[in-house]
Design a protein around this ligand. Structure first.
Ligand SMILES: [Zn+2]
Length: 373
């Protein structure tokens, strides 16, 4: 049998955004004499593309070019006032931090954000209209913190949410999103909070709210509202957990939800910043862990969606290890149970037992929150 191909959607304009000098994501104080680049770099997706094109998956990668989203497409999820705010900020002569924190709009940012959105829409179109294996949207800036009316956490337009709306408009009855980026998928949660046609599930380190543009807490009692009650689930995890905990969450908490919901298409908000080397995360997943997660996503899509599986790149900020983590994840989505690239990590401490201890608490909290409505 011919090997399944991974369709990878890409647009060169995603490289144009440059967050400038920073301390991780924030304005560097004067006493830092040699600031580093903002952590959300073009380098991280270039290295993922590199490992796919020049690594052992190269003969299974079908690299395709995407496009910019139109204003009308952006408005399927975001408000007109917000789109105007982004355009106005992009027209300023100097870079500006728009959410009181790390989200920078500079020369090239609008082009990059429109390319990330439109390329993800093309990727979803392929998922729905060209059967045959997983589809991966390798884009930046990321999107899952962007809410209908505001930016947050390096995210301008919510690429995943736009793909969900596009799938619904193309006739997909039920769309499930599993967000395994290390941060809470608060923008996607906010946009679909009262809807029963979109199941949103986020696994994340328990970081809580981080400012006015991130009011959601990501706690287990944020379970949706109105008609959407029960259709949003959060799994806040203790810091320091890794492969075993993430696999247990996906098998024991997430799989039953997906089985009940039986989605028409499955979308993964595929941040890999829960990796052990990430400057923005404190989790310790390695390549083998991401491979196991990819395998679970593949199995769920095969069981419910005729294999319709879209992965959209979100976080992943270690300039180099992000590429290894993505390689592991994508091997899993192609059904590979063994890695093709040696993992450069020799040893890491994995405190998954702390996470395994909270799984039943999360399930109880979901039931309490839904029952008390
Ligand atoms: Zn993240």
């Amino acid at each position: 049998m011919k090997d399944e191909v991974l369709r990878v959607y890409w647009h060169d304009d995603c490289l144009l955004h440059d967050g400038g000098d920073s301390v991780l994501e924030n304005e560097p104080p004067g006493f830092i004499v040699l600031p580093e680049p903002h952590v959300e770099t073009a380098q991280r997706i270039l290295n993922i593309r590199g490992i796919l094109e020049a690594g052992p998956l190269n003969d299974r990668v079908d690299l395709r070019s995407g496009r910019h989203a139109t204003d009308a497409e952006i408005l399927t999820f975001h408000t007109a006032a917000y789109l105007e705010e982004i355009k106005s900020a992009a027209a300023l002569p100097e870079p500006v931090r728009i959410d009181g924190g790390g989200t920078v709009i500079a020369d090239g940012t609008l082009e990059a954000a429109l390319a990330a959105a439109g390329t993800t829409l093309d990727a979803m179109h392929a998922v729905l209209n060209e059967p045959g294996g997983p589809v991966y949207s390798l884009v930046r800036p990321p999107g899952h913190h962007a809410q209908p009316e505001m930016a947050d956490g390096n995210c301008i337009f919510n690429n995943v949410a736009l793909a969900v709306e596009s799938a619904r408009a193309q006739g997909a009855e039920r769309v499930a999103v599993i967000d395994w980026d290390v941060h809470h998928g608060n923008g996607t949660q906010a946009g679909f909070y009262d809807r029963p046609d979109v199941l949103t599930i986020s696994l994340h380190m328990n970081h809580g709210s981080w400012g006015p543009n991130h009011p959601q807490m990501g706690t287990a009692n944020e379970v949706g509202s109105g008609a959407g009650l029960g259709f949003n689930r959060n799994v806040p995890l203790p810091y320091g957990v890794g492969n075993d905990c993430y696999e247990a969450v996906l098998r024991d908490l997430v799989t039953p939800l997906i089985d009940d919901f039986s989605p028409t298409v499955l979308v993964i908000a595929a941040g890999v910043d829960a990796n052990a080397f990430d400057p923005n995360g404190r989790m310790v997943i390695d390549m083998a862990g991401f491979r196991r997660m990819g395998l679970i996503a593949r199995d769920l899509a095969a069981r419910h969606c005729d294999g319709r599986l879209l992965l959209v790149q979100e976080g992943g900020y270690s300039p180099t290890y992000t590429a290894y983590a993505a390689q592991g994840m994508l091997e899993g989505t192609l059904g590979l149970t063994h890695g093709l690239v040696e993992d450069p990590i020799g040893y890491y401490p994995d405190h998954s037992e702390h996470g395994l201890a909270v799984l039943s608490d999360v399930r109880d909290e979901w039931e309490r929150a839904i029952g008390s409505e």
